[in-house]
Design a protein around this ligand. Structure first.
Ligand code: GDP
Ligand code: MG
Length: 295
């Protein structure tokens, strides 16, 4: 018997949810950037040790939907919340507890009998006093089972977090194989690496207008050949992504390939190209094709 269960990470965009998932698993599974709205699918990462199997679910941050993609993302986040054994409600200790956080907390309140932990992230950036003030504000009208300050980036407090989670999780026979890691496919992760680099390396207007998709994937013992299509919603962005004489696309490709090789432990041959599809964010058929959950 092990401690087994599902733990959903909730919180505003940019508080550090994906960074926490990566920190817990010690790999780069979920892409992270300093731009809001990076995570678009629920990514499950399975933490395993001798006594536990804990499925952490990284959710797209909840926000006001402005297009169909936004609706799909919110629905995904709420769905995950209701299926969890434990909810981790993460806030950014540096920016404090604000309206956006309150909005999500109100949604969390609607779930019944699920323990909720308050995670104060980015404590590497703040003073103790600020921390206490934020805790006071966040706990004013809700009682959390646990309140835990962490730094996801510096992996500070993560061992304690796992230890505490084990206290709350039910005993059961293992649910997964002991080498199971995630619900998402290798192809998905490859496309995500390209999107991460494109988002990190380009200017503000690009991030939300872009999606990436693996068109061809061939794996042999010592080499992976992969073609990734970068889709943007207007021509000027295609020009930005490609850059002068293809320099930006080359940069994106080189750094994405580096992540792929690290993740897969073998050589990767990566080809990228860019295409304009004007309203991919509104069109059901494209949302499906690009892998967004959508019932
Ligand atoms: P998400 O939108 O909630 O998934 O947030 P991300 O995981 O993508 O992180 C957003 C930004 O915050 C990235 O630039 C991270 O490097 C940064 N970040 C995350 N955790 C920490 C932390 O503990 N300390 C600091 N200083 N930065 C962090
Ligand atoms: Mg994220």
């Amino acid at each position: 018997m092990k401690k087994c269960g599902f733990v959903t990470i909730m919180g505003r965009p940019n508080v550090g949810k994906s960074t926490l998932l990566n920190g817990l698993l010690n790999i780069h599974l979920a892409i992270t950037t300093d731009k809001a709205g990076t995570t678009r699918n629920s990514i499950e990462g399975i933490y395993q040790d001798d006594e536990s199997q804990i499925v952490f679910i990284d959710t797209p941050g909840i926000h006001k939907p402005i297009h169909k993609l936004g609706n799909v993302l919110n629905k995904t986040a709420y769905l995950n919340m209701n299926q969890a054994d434990i909810i981790l409600f993460m806030i950014d200790a540096k920016t404090g507890f604000g309206k956006g956080d309150q909005f999500i907390l109100n949604k969390i309140k609607e779930t019944e009998d699920v323990p909720v932990f308050l995670l104060l992230n980015k404590v590497d950036k703040i003073e103790k006093e600020t921390l206490f003030k934020t805790i006071d504000k966040a706990t004013k009208d809700f009682t959390f089972q646990e309140v835990i300050p962490i730094s996801a980036l510096e992996k500070d407090g993560l061992d304690d977090l796992v230890k505490t989670l084990k206290k709350y999780l039910p005993d059961s026979d293992p649910i997964f194989e002991d080498d199971a890691l995630t619900n998402v496919s290798t192809k998905f992760i490859m496309a995500e690496f390209v999107r991460e680099k494109a988002m990190q390396l380009t200017r503000e207007e690009v991030p939300h207008a872009i999606t990436c998709y693996v068109e061809n994937y061939k794996e042999t013992d010592d080499l992976i050949k992969v073609q990734v299509l970068i889709v943007v919603d207007r021509l000027p962005l295609k020009k930005i992504i490609i850059g002068k004489n293809g320099s930006m696309l080359k940069k994106i490709g080189t750094s994405a390939r580096y992540e792929m090789e690290k993740f897969m432990g073998k050589k990767v041959y990566l080809e990228t190209y860019v295409k304009v599809i004007e309203n991919w964010k509104e069109e059901e058929k494209y949302l499906k094709e690009f892998g967004f959950e959508n019932e």
